[in-house]
Design a protein. Structure first.
Length: 85
């Protein structure tokens, strides 16, 4: 069972990614959390596909899960797994 709510809308302002969820919540995170989106053009950002578990941009090779956004996770692509806080 998928417990993460579905995204219904994705939009951007100058500094943030915004996601409306089906349960009425709105998530806003800094674009700086996702370097591919930060470097993308507005037109590239608009090419998002909303799936059952998250967001996908084919041209940018970017996938963001709704569960990850709700957990406050930024881009996990190049994290150093050997580093511990």
């Amino acid at each position: 069972m998928n417990s993460s709510p579905k995204a219904t809308r994705v939009y951007f302002d100058a500094d943030s990614l915004w996601v409306d969820l089906a349960d009425g919540r709105i998530i806003g995170v800094p674009l700086a959390w996702f370097p591919r989106l930060l470097r993308a053009t507005p037109a590239e950002r608009e090419q998002v596909r909303i799936g059952s578990r998250g967001l996908h941009w084919d041209a940018l090779d970017e996938d963001i899960s709704i569960a990850g956004l709700l957990a406050g996770l930024a881009d996990q692509t190049n994290r150093d797994k050997s580093f511990a806080a």
